[in-house]
Write a protein of this length. Structure first.
Length: 291
């Protein structure tokens, strides 16, 4: 099967190219642009390729009943207070856009509704992410695709039939398909990394991994199994308030992830068994020669 590549900004994603590493800030900013900037700094310092946020039009994504439900948070006493408190508007994203440009890192977002896609178009983001929760939303998939930019699709909570349908809707050109398990954090027996191999056999687009596990080992193994991109949630402190913090990486963890992912292709090598020059003195020293 001829495998396609996807161009995102100045990066090419696909076989033979460096793994495209996304640091997902998501909603871990807790409504603070300053906290978001600190996480952008972490992503830049550790060598990530992009940072990602989440964008929702609250009154479209959630029903009035959902928004009215009681839920205590730092933003108020209802679920609506929480959801609105976690959303950045144009002023905040303009500041984020400028900050990312100054620091030389791409940014984009998972858009949960069509209005959010239109909102993000104002910033000329290099691509769009479709969250696992939106995989079955055909209208959103079609609308996002209509913008003519690469689409990154996560597959948590989805059957193979649902995934095939979503790929049919989007088409495999300019698509990256991410294996994902939507538990936060994910347990080892929920990770099922061999799905990456399954995806690679069936689909010709680049395959990625969006992980929610503790630590970095599954994400590194995902690259060894053929993932062309890795996405992980990040945070300044895993004990911060918020639902995604426990499944996120702090700076030290993200540093180790990026380091190990970058080393993986070198460690795997080309499969050709040879004697390395640095082994030759060891041969002379240790190997018994029969006469």
């Amino acid at each position: 099967m001829e495998r396609k590549c996807v161009r995102i900004g100045n990066k090419t994603v696909g076989d033979g190219y460096p793994c495209f590493i996304i640091a997902e800030i998501g909603i871990n900013h807790n409504g603070s642009v300053n906290l978001a900037k600190k996480m952008i700094d972490i992503a830049v310092t550790t060598g990530c390729d992009a940072v990602k946020f989440q964008k929702r039009t609250v009154d479209v994504v959630y029903t009035k009943e959902e928004l009215a439900q009681a839920r205590n948070s730092v933003f108020g006493k209802t679920n609506g207070d929480l959801k609105r408190g976690l959303e950045f508007g144009e002023e905040e994203y303009r500041e984020i856009d400028n900050y990312c440009r100054q620091h030389g890192i791409m940014w984009f977002a998972s858009c949960w509704d069509e209005q959010s896609v239109d909102f993000m178009e104002e910033f000329d983001v290099p691509c769009y992410k479709i969250a696992s929760a939106s995989l079955t939303d055909d209208n959103l998939l079609k609308y996002t695709r209509s913008k003519g930019k690469p689409v990154l699709l996560s597959t948590g909570m989805s059957t193979m039939e649902q995934i095939r349908h979503a790929v049919d809707v989007l088409g495999e050109d300019d698509l990256i398909l991410y294996h994902c398990t939507s538990t936060y954090p994910s347990n080892a027996d929920e990770t099922n990394l061999r799905v990456i191999e399954t995806f690679r056999k069936e689909f010709s687009c680049p395959i990625g991994y969006s992980g929610h596990e503790r630590g970095v080992t599954p994400s590194v193994l995902a690259v060894a199994l053929g993932a062309n991109s890795v996405e992980r949630h990040i945070t300044t402190d895993r004990t911060n308030w918020g639902s995604d913090q426990a499944a996120s990486l702090e700076m030290a963890g993200l540093y180790h992830l990026v380091r190990d992912v970058r080393q993986t292709p070198v460690l795997l090598g080309d499969g050709i068994k040879i004697v390395y020059e640095r082994e030759r003195p060891i041969i002379d020293k240790l190997r018994r020669v029969n006469k």
